[in-house]
Write a protein that binds this ligand. Structure first.
Ligand SMILES: Nc1nc2c(c(=O)[nH]1)N[C@H]1C(S)=C(S)[C@@H](COP(=O)(O)OP(=O)(O)OC[C@H]3O[C@@H](n4cnc5c(=O)[nH]c(N)nc54)[C@H](O)[C@@H]3O)O[C@H]1N2
Ligand SMILES: Nc1nc2c(c(=O)[nH]1)N[C@H]1C(S)=C(S)[C@@H](COP(=O)(O)OP(=O)(O)OC[C@H]3O[C@@H](n4cnc5c(=O)[nH]c(N)nc54)[C@H](O)[C@@H]3O)O[C@H]1N2
Ligand code: SF4
Ligand SMILES: [Mo]
Length: 719
């Protein structure tokens, strides 16, 4: 019987039954927009629609990426079962076979070369529960010191700077709604309009209330277009610019002396240092006119309230930590932190960019921001994990340094969860070679990414639609991602995979969890009395209260919206000024005749990270299907390039080929390329291996390059 002949009531019932609604949160950025996937069967076809759901951070808004996220999660190329590589080809395997393969290889390698022969590389796109468990897995099941994660390439400079200046690292020191009440906003190297689109209404509201918006970026991005003052500085010159601003503030006495006296230390050294600087030198170094530097300083100092936001533009530099600290100096000299309408915001990037850096995935860290070299902290965690403190390994090395150890042969195996370093880490060719040298490599992913393709075993995991857990969003708000879409085929959650491997390695007793909530309960205990205290947070409270901002120390604690109102987190309660001698922090590769332009890299609205997910989405690919090089019209003219023509971009390490996108939105000395595409468009082939000495962040936003029109004959010559 065809549907149209069904009795009306039954017909309605079937229609209703055929509509299913699945709650989740977007798998992409740190806004963690709450959403629902609506699955509807209409006339024999299944239709999907993603709709926003009200919540205190994004109020039901979603952007184009969130709207189309299901397209990758439901894509036919999603991995359905474990794969094992045999004679260079992946073959379908059962979990038993895959787990046996892992057990045999790990045990043999550790027997021959010690525990540290195995490394773990994690992610800030997994849940808090999984980030916590991965850290425990490395230390308790594998007993290796080598664990780090992709957040090292993301927020490590901001985190290090905040720790050094304030003694604590929580992305935003205030709740988002405070933004509406500020008088002046400085955004440094952050393109919120494309990278956290549902954040923008907060800034728009502030502007409506009269706030003055300053955007510091070498490009006139959609964010910069909203600015009252767009400062198009030379890439990599943020530390110098901040010194210029400080120079004027101190020279003109535009400072909050009472705040400096009561709440900070190290001011005299800073004053002496910045007063010695010459504004004309700084203007030359930054490419920013002295009057503009003066305007920023005066505007920010003279308004009653102000906020500074940073993101990867200033942070992904080999002097990123010092550069951020210098902007924090500006907040401190003007006394603009710890009260309403004021503060610092490091805009987190990945969905769990905040939480995943708190619970032990970093080389030197134990849960709750505990220090793995601190005896007391080690004891506290050893007790929770029911092991002897002496069994805990020591400090490892940062993400890029782990690849160096693979290349050197010290690390023999890699367990990779939720990252694609062959495309996202600097000096991509080196990364690929380092991975190829491994004796054994396991990747856990949704797809066969560029990196997973090199693995010996790939394990199929669940997505944001299926995997429940907590995610700490841009605000520092811990949210509960409900996820009820059925787990299909042979896929398992990341946390189940960790538990299963621990079990075959004989450590199942430490990993006997049967739900994410059970892991969260252990995480609560493990973070109790730590800097990032989650002990007052429960799943029940998260459901009822729609998220809680940490620290949250007991079940009656409403959470902490604004930090540093009375004291900073250093033992003396004071914030620390830093003397930043720009230009002398590290020796950067200079632009030269051979490599005369600055390359800077970043993102476009429609794609996410290495593009493994968004390149599977037809709607997003339709908006942007390939990489491009953004060039100023005068630069294009110098190199004889037309809009849409192919250009070769070359650095000391490699070259890429892509189309020119000619636009006056960029400085004449700068080229911008997004990093979402692979192979000959993978821009990280060009980026250098130098790291920030404090945060170990690579310089993704600064690389001297040469351009040339791509000539087809070149191929012919070779062939
Ligand atoms: N659409 C989209 N959204 C995303 C992501 C994505 O991949 N796609 N990824 C998420 C993640 S993980 C992150 S970390 C965030 C990143 O968010 P953002 O940091 O905002 O994004 P980027 O494009 O990397 O860089 C920001 C800006 O820095 C500018 N910039 C480059 N060099 C310099 C410099 O030397 N100084 C200054 N002041 N600015 C400079 C660039 O022109 C760019 O506009 O976005 C998150 N959201
Ligand atoms: N040139 C340049 N390079 C950069 C940057 C830049 O601005 N410029 N930005 C850097 C920054 S900020 C970041 S954060 C990094 C990001 O770098 P990556 O972490 O390498 O990037 P992603 O594309 O997010 O990789 C995530 C992988 O995990 C898979 N995945 C998705 N969800 C899950 C899950 O739930 N579980 C598991 N197991 N797998 C999953 C995806 O399919 C994908 O293969 O890139 C950095 N690299
Ligand atoms: S990409 Fe970010 S802003 Fe867009 S829907 Fe997802 S979480 Fe929200
Ligand atoms: Mo990131």
């Amino acid at each position: 019987m065809s549907q149209s002949f069904l009795p009306y009531a039954q017909h309605k019932l079937e229609q209703k039954e055929r509509k299913r609604v699945f709650p989740s949160q977007c798998p992409f950025c740190s806004m963690q927009c709450k959403m629902q996937l609506v699955e509807q069967h209409v006339e024999g076809r299944t239709r999907y629609q993603t709709i926003g759901v009200h919540n205190p951070t994004t109020h039901g808004r979603i952007c184009m990426k969130g709207q189309h996220a299901h397209q990758h999660a439901l894509h036919k190329e999603r991995l359905n079962h474990p794969l094992i590589k045999r004679d260079g080809q992946f073959v379908k395997a059962t979990w038993q076979e895959a787990l046996n393969e892992i057990k045999t290889n790990i045990e043999a390698l550790q027997l021959a070369h010690g525990h540290d022969a195995i490394s773990v590389y994690g992610s800030a796109s997994i849940t808090n529960e999984e980030a916590y468990l991965l850290g425990k897995f490395a230390r308790v099941a594998l007993k290796t010191k080598y664990i780090d994660y992709n957040g090292r390439l993301c927020m490590s400079s901001a985190a290090t700077a905040a720790n050094q200046t304030f003694g604590l690292d929580r992305g935003l020191t205030f709740p988002l709604r405070d933004i509406e009440h500020t008088r002046v906003l400085i955004l440094v190297g952050t393109n919120i309009a494309e990278c956290q689109p549902t954040f923008m209404p907060y800034i728009e509201e502030a502007k409506k209330n009269g706030a003055f918006l300053i955007v510091i970026d070498p490009r006139s991005t959609p964010t910069a277009k909203l600015a009252d003052l767009h400062v198009s500085l030379k890439p990599g010159s943020d530390a110098a610019l901040a010194n210029g601003i400080l120079h004027i503030m101190l020279h003109d006495n535009l400072i909050d002396e009472a705040f400096i006296r009561k709440r900070t230390s190290g001011f005299e050294e800073l004053k002496e240092h910045v007063l010695r600087m010459s504004l004309s030198d700084i203007s030359e170094e930054t490419g920013v006119r002295a009057e503009v530097i003066q305007k920023i300083a005066r505007k920010f100092a003279q308004e009653k309230t102000g906020m500074i936001f940073t993101a990867r533009g200033i942070e992904q530099q080999i002097d990123g930590t010092a550069s951020v600290r210098n902007f924090l100096n500006i907040l401190l000299v003007t006394g603009k932190i710890g009260r309403a309408g004021c503060g610092y915001g490091a805009i987190t990037g990945q969905g769990n960019g905040q939480g995943a850096r708190e619970h032990g995935q970093k080389a030197d860290q134990l849960p709750g921001y505990r220090d793995i070299t601190n005896r007391v902290h080690r004891k506290e965690i050893a007790e929770i994990w029911n092991i002897d403190e002496k069994e805990l390994p020591g400090k490892g090395v940062s993400a890029f340094e782990m690849f160096e150890k693979m290349q050197e042969g010290e690390i023999k195996a890699l367990f990779l969860m939720c990252s694609n370093p062959v495309q996202s880490a600097p000096h991509a060719r080196f990364i690929q070679q380092a991975i190829e040298k491994l004796s054994f490599f396991v990747a856990v992913d949704l797809f066969i990414s560029e990196t997973a393709a090199l693995a010996d075993v790939i394990l199929p995991t669940s997505s944001y639609l299926e995997d429940q857990g907590t995610m700490t969003n841009v605000e520092g708000r811990v949210t509960l991602r409900e996820a009820t879409y059925p787990l299909k085929h042979q896929r398992k959650h990341d946390w189940q995979i960790i538990c299963d491997i621990a079990a075959v390695l004989g450590k199942g007793g430490y990993f006997s969890f049967s739900s994410a909530e059970e892991i969260f309960e252990e995480l609560r205990a493990a973070t109790k009395c730590s800097k990032a205290d989650y002990s007052g947070i429960t799943y029940e409270r998260l459901r009822k209260e729609q998220g809680l901002l940490w620290p949250c120390t007991h079940v009656e604690d409403p959470g902490t919206e604004r930090l540093f109102e009375d004291e900073f987190s250093h033992s003396d309660s004071l914030a620390k000024f830093a003397v930043v001698t720009h230009g002398k922090i590290v020796a950067k590769e200079p632009v030269s005749q051979a490599y005369p332009l600055y390359l800077t890299t970043g993102r476009v609205m429609a794609h996410y990270q290495t593009g493994v997910q968004t390149r599977k989405s037809t709607s997003l690919v339709a908006r942007q299907f390939e990489a491009y090089a953004e060039l100023h019209p005068d630069t294009a003219k110098t190199y004889g390039l037309q809009h849409g023509e192919l250009v070769t971009i070359q650095s000391k390490r490699g070259s890429v080929i892509m189309r020119c996108h000619i636009s006056d939105t960029i400085r004449k000395d700068t080229v911008f390329v997004p990093f979402h595409w692979s192979k000959h468009q993978s821009i990280n082939q060009l980026i250098g291996e130098q790291l920030d000495p404090h945060s170990k962040m690579p310089g993704f936003k600064y690389c001297p390059v040469q351009l040339s029109a791509y000539v087809k004959e070149k191929i012919c010559e070779k062939s």
